[in-house]
Design a protein around this ligand. Structure first.
Ligand code: GDP
Ligand code: MG
Length: 163
């Protein structure tokens, strides 16, 4: 049996970097109409022996300040509803922001299963931010570096029993 994993979190924490690492070039051609901004990207992920569907929530970056909260919420809710598992990503170097709290709230209410991930934690950077993330009440954060590929074995370990 396979599953769908949604990577959610505020802009700039490293969601697309992880998506690209998991998917490589196996991007699903769901809709390639030119000029259409795709807010959710779907791909076929490979991690160890696991194969699963991964969803990246994009498009928040272009939102105006005005519409950010509403768009962010709707987009995240859509991804969460499509997913069996949500990987909620924070920036370990920044720690928990008010915006992260908004996402945590959506996930607590709506997600079937949440994996908390503190990204940008390469070389043990961001240990303080990772510790801060415990306070969200979503379990122990996985320390990841999507950019440098650190913590991928730990992610595999967490996903394996859920597959
Ligand atoms: P998204 O907006 O959440 O999709 O974030 P992106 O994947 O676009 O990444 C935002 C920025 O963070 C980019 O400049 C990335 O290169 C950087 N970034 C992503 N992952 C890491 C990481 O593990 N460590 C560090 N230091 N930077 C990262
Ligand atoms: Mg992105």
């Amino acid at each position: 049996m396979s599953f769908t994993l949604a990577i959610v979190g505020r802009p700039n924490v490293g969601k697309s970097t992880l998506f690209n690492r998991l998917v490589g070039k196996r991007l699903a051609l769901v809709d390639d109409q030119p000029g259409v901004t795709r807010d959710l990207r779907e791909g076929e992920a490979r991690l160890g022996d696991l194969r699963f569907t991964v969803i990246d929530t994009a498009g928040l970056e272009e939102a105006t300040d005005d519409s950010l909260q509403g768009r962010m919420r709707r987009l995240t809710e859509r991804a969460v509803d499509m997913a069996d598992i949500c990987l909620f990503m924070l920036d370990a170097r920044v720690g928990v922001t008010p915006s992260d709290e908004v996402f945590a709230d959506i996930l607590r209410k709506r997600a079937k299963y949440v994996i908390l991930a503190a990204n940008k934690a390469e070389g043990r950077a961001g240990e303080a931010g990772a510790l801060e993330a415990y306070a969200l009440g979503l379990g122990e954060p996985l320390r990841l570096s999507a950019e440098h590929g650190e913590g991928m074995g730990d992610l595999l370990h967490v996903l394996m029993p859920l597959a």
